[in-house]
Design a protein around this ligand. Sequence first.
Ligand code: GTP
Ligand code: MG
Length: 216
Amino acid sequence: MTDDEQAEYIETGRRLFARPVTFMLSVVGFAQLPDGGMPEVCFAGRSNVGKSSLINALTNQKGLARASNTPGRTRELNYFNADDRIYLVDLPGYGYARASKTDIARWTKLTRQFLAGRAPLRRVFLLIDSRHGIKDSDKEIMAMLDETAVTYQIILTKTDKLKKGELGKVMDRSKKAIARRPAAHPDIIATSSVKKDGLDVLKAEIATLALPDHRV
Ligand code: GTP
Ligand code: MG
């Protein structure tokens, strides 16, 4: 990209998120999913990785998605409408060891069904805690998305918690981990919802995915 193209790309994202983003719907069963009239992106990842916080940071609304210290806070698929152009979907987290078997079973069914078979889904943002890196439970999801050919992009979270110089290493390790994965987007975005780092690029990606003629 030239500098002008980069500036235009970032500006497109800024403009989308300057418009209202509103809560639309909480879904607990596949049958309740909205008609696929608009493109969708979703935020997936281990419990407590910062999915809901990232949606709040992107939209600059603290209480839009419910974020919490308690892992397993988000238990439904929550739909947010960004300017009638694209839905942002906050998913329940996986890998929460203390969740009940029933909760885990429900997560597995609904979320996997969604990730693997949701036609309007243009990209999965797969959030990885930058302090912990990619875990086995993340690899399971990546393998499933590779198999179903749903594009996913790694978003590193909580980079404000890293010491100087650590981000480069996590980036390198993550790049290596996705190098041979067919459905992985090659670019990794490093973010901090606290410091608001990396949000401009993520907004720009979402705005690009919202374009009617977007090709995945
Ligand atoms: P579940 O819904 O349980 O799957 O969790 P989640 O992935 O939605 O995580 P959530 O956004 O609720 O955040 C979990 C915890 O991490 C909260 O205590 C947040 O304040 C904290 N957190 C989220 N993002 C950041 C970040 O960028 N930096 C720091 N330092 N803390 C963060
Ligand atoms: Mg959440």
